[in-house]
Design a protein around this ligand. Structure first.
Ligand code: ZN
Length: 312
């Protein structure tokens, strides 16, 4: 099953994507035997993650039955992030050895974690708006996993069972802000800097969670290409590690790091320009595309950065 969230004149809708059709979950809740009032404001994709497997199967069947009559189509509506209300967005840094090498940083001995927030999340087709505070916006094609059940201190052997699904994710990064202080967060958590989607693909449609291709395309040209099998810390280890620090709940997003090929790693570095289009494809699953908009620079606001040591 694939979940999405879209907005039209009537408001925001959690939906099941069946091919190109988007089936409003509220419209089929009764047919699926779900209580219409279970979630204030209507059913969301996140709420679906908390259903029992039996309820979820009934919802999937009702969506397939309703798809021929659905009026919303993936290509026609304004897509929001598949999950608009996650409790957490945890990101992993330097999780591919070759990416650490290209930006001349040491391979970490344990996962590097940082946070993004809901205000960074945007959907497929949305604009990534670069504010004047950064001169170095960059892309990072990534696999994001979404947690499906509440868990804490999960052993690695049980960690995959905590994952509800996956989606393409672009960990857009402002390199000057990222490197200006020891904490990466200012360069990572800007509004609109976490595009994801277009859909959340649940694990029933995934053959091997540990071996998915990640492809990043800048204006149609492949600039990043790897398998998640190349990760320094595979996703089962990541879930186990993060859950040893904090309780994970359904809908939590973990962006699992980017392979080599970012603009920062080029000689000279090549940052995102106004009008650039960046796509993240998770092999055989889904493709996320967004356009970059750089707002005019504010006058007389030089940005002090500590990037010289990184050879930029
Ligand atoms: Zn990243």
């Amino acid at each position: 099953m694939r979940l999405a969230t879209y907005r039209d004149a009537d408001g925001v809708h959690g939906a099941v994507a069946v091919g190109e059709a988007l089936v409003d979950i509220d419209a089929i809740a009764a047919a699926a035997g779900l209580a219409p009032s279970a979630v204030p404001g209507g059913w969301t994709a996140r709420a679906v993650l908390e259903l029992s497997p039996e309820d979820r199967d009934r919802l999937a069947a009702a969506a397939v039955a309703a798809a021929p009559d659905a009026t919303a189509r993936l290509a026609d509506v304004e897509l929001l992030p598949p999950l608009t209300d996650p409790d957490k967005v945890v990101c992993v840094g330097l999780n591919y050895v070759d990416h650490a090498a290209e930006i001349t940083l040491a391979v970490p001995e344990r996962p590097i974690l940082f946070a993004k927030y809901r205000t960074s999340l945007v959907g497929h087709g949305a604009r990534v708006v670069v504010p004047p505070i950064t001169e170095q916006p960059d892309y990072e094609a990534e696999l994001a996993i979404v947690i499906g059940r509440t868990c804490r201190d999960v052993p690695r052997s049980d960690a995959l069972s905590c994952i509800a699904g996956v989606m393409p994710f672009n960990d857009v990064s402002a390199r000057d802000l990222q490197t200006a202080t020891s904490q990466w967060m200012p360069g990572k958590a800007l509004d609109t800097f976490a595009p994801c989607g277009p859909v959340l693909v649940l694990v029933d449609e995934i053959d091997d969670l540990l071996d998915l291709t990640v492809v990043g395309r800048l204006n149609g040209e492949v600039v990043q290409q790897a398998s998640t099998a190349d990760m320094l810390f595979p996703i089962d280890e990541l879930v186990s590690f993060v859950s040893s620090i904090m309780t994970l709940v359904p809908g939590d997003i973990i962006a699992t790091g980017t392979p080599p090929g970012v603009g920062w790693g080029r000689t000279p570095p090549q940052y995102l320009q106004d009008g650039d289009e960046f796509s993240v494809e998770i092999g055989g699953v889904a493709t996320l595309t967004n356009t970059i908009v750089r707002t005019p620079a504010a006058p007389d606001r030089p940005l002090a950065v500590a990037s010289e040591g990184l050879g930029l």
